[in-house]
Design a protein around this ligand. Structure first.
Ligand code: NDP
Length: 345
């Protein structure tokens, strides 16, 4: 089969498109004929390599896919050949006490498909193998490309806001990157819950998208001072929730924008991992700083129910063939993505 493969870490030039064997499946796995692949920033992290993390080489990236079940292992009962599905790429054993308790992130076998799996085990290929318990029916109202663009950012934003930060009607929510992959989902989840999204973006095109998706307020970080605008919008109270994934560049602002007793929920750090905390804020203001990572298959099912009803929509910026993967990485690294990029095999 055709796949995007890298044999060593580096710039986009390490990505090659070449023939590799179709994966073989074990009893609890399904083989997918992949129809579309959503690109995520973890594809960039994987290609670059991360200190202290050993990637399986040669490596196929890709955590989001839509496709058709081509074959199933002998123990699979939840899907059958021909089913149209999407993948929750947060893989775990689904049998240990942590998984049964609904905490797969504590499972000793927790791993992200196409990031921590391998060698040669990810979505950017014509076929992929996935434990069948992590397959969810594809929403019929979405194209293959739309369906592949959503699961990772949708389930992550859902877990951050709904499960971790416990979003409520009327909450002011500062959404960094309101026109990015996570941000477009977060803005729509805020609207769904009757919360008041304040999207921060760079530039008019991204501002227009954030407004269209339901952001009640939009701050252009290139021309406006975020904290000053937040103070105006919230009448100096500060926001109830900050939706963080930018990290080093925004962390200080996030704390300044947060109300007493408010919650920062963070799942990533595109601009760097080092950030300071003035511990007095934490106790005097009784603030909450919460980590959040990916999401469970149950959370994905919950969130997709709203996608099926058209209340959360995909935002696909561009669909490219597998062969254009280096172009896609360049767009992501230049911070030019509006919504999501998708590859087709
Ligand atoms: P995108 O590239 O789609 O969006 C990132 C957004 O960040 C951009 O739209 C940009 O918005 C904003 N941004 C970039 N630099 C800055 C800056 N200096 N100041 C303010 N905003 C900035 O990425 P994703 O939304 O898909 O992912 C974001 C991060 O979250 C990544 O690091 C990713 O790895 C991580 N992540 C973690 C997950 C997990 O489970 N732990 C799951 C998904 C993502 P603008 O320029 O318009 O302001």
């Amino acid at each position: 089969m055709k796949a995007v493969v890298f044999d060593k870490h580096g710039g986009p030039e390490v990505l090659t498109v070449r023939q590799v064997p179709v994966p073989s499946i074990s009893p609890n796995e399904a083989l997918l004929r992949i129809r579309a692949i959503g690109l995520n920033y973890n594809d960039v992290w994987g290609r670059r390599g991360l200190p202290g993390m050993d990637f399986h080489l040669p490596h196929i990236s890709g955590t989001d896919a839509s496709g058709v079940v081509e074959a199933v292992g002998s123990e699979v009962t939840n899907v059958k050949v021909g089913d149209e599905v999407v993948v929750n790429g947060a893989l775990s054993c689904m049998a240990c006490a942590s998984c049964i308790r609904g905490e797969p992130f504590v499972c000793a076998q927790f791993r992200i498909w196409g990031f921590q799996t391998g060698p040669l085990d990810g979505a950017q290929a014509e076929y992929g193998k996935v434990p069948a318990a992590h397959l969810v029916p594809k929403p019929a109202n979405l194209s293959w490309e739309e369906a592949a663009s959503m699961p990772l950012v949708l389930v992550t934003a859902w877990r951050m806001l709904v499960t971790r930060a416990r979003i409520r009607p009327g909450d002011f929510v500062l959404v960094w990157g309101g026109a990015g992959g996570l941000g477009t989902m977060a803005v729509q989840i805020c609207k769904l819950f009757g919360a008041r999204a304040i999207a921060v973006v760079a530039g008019e095109a991204k501002a227009a998208l954030a407004r269209e998706l339901g952001a009640e307020f939009v701050i252009d970080r290139k021309s406006q001072r975020v904290v000053r605008e937040i103070q105006k919008i919230t009448e100096r109270r500060g926001v109830d929730i900050v939706f963080e994934h930018v990290g080093e560049a925004t962390w200080e602002t996030s704390i300044l924008a947060l109300k007493w007793g408010g919650t920062i929920v963070i799942c990533g750090a595109t601009t760097g991992f080092q950030a300071g905390v003035d511990l007095r804020f934490l106790w005097n203001k009784q603030q909450n700083y919460l980590g959040s990572h990916f999401g469970t298959t149950a959370e994905l099912v919950d969130a997709l129910a709203f996608v099926r009803r058209g209340l959360i929509k995909p935002v696909v910026m561009k669909v490219l063939p597998l062969e254009a993967v280096t172009e896609a990485h360049a767009i992501m690294e230049k911070d030019e993505v509006i919504g999501k990029l998708v590859l087709t095999p």
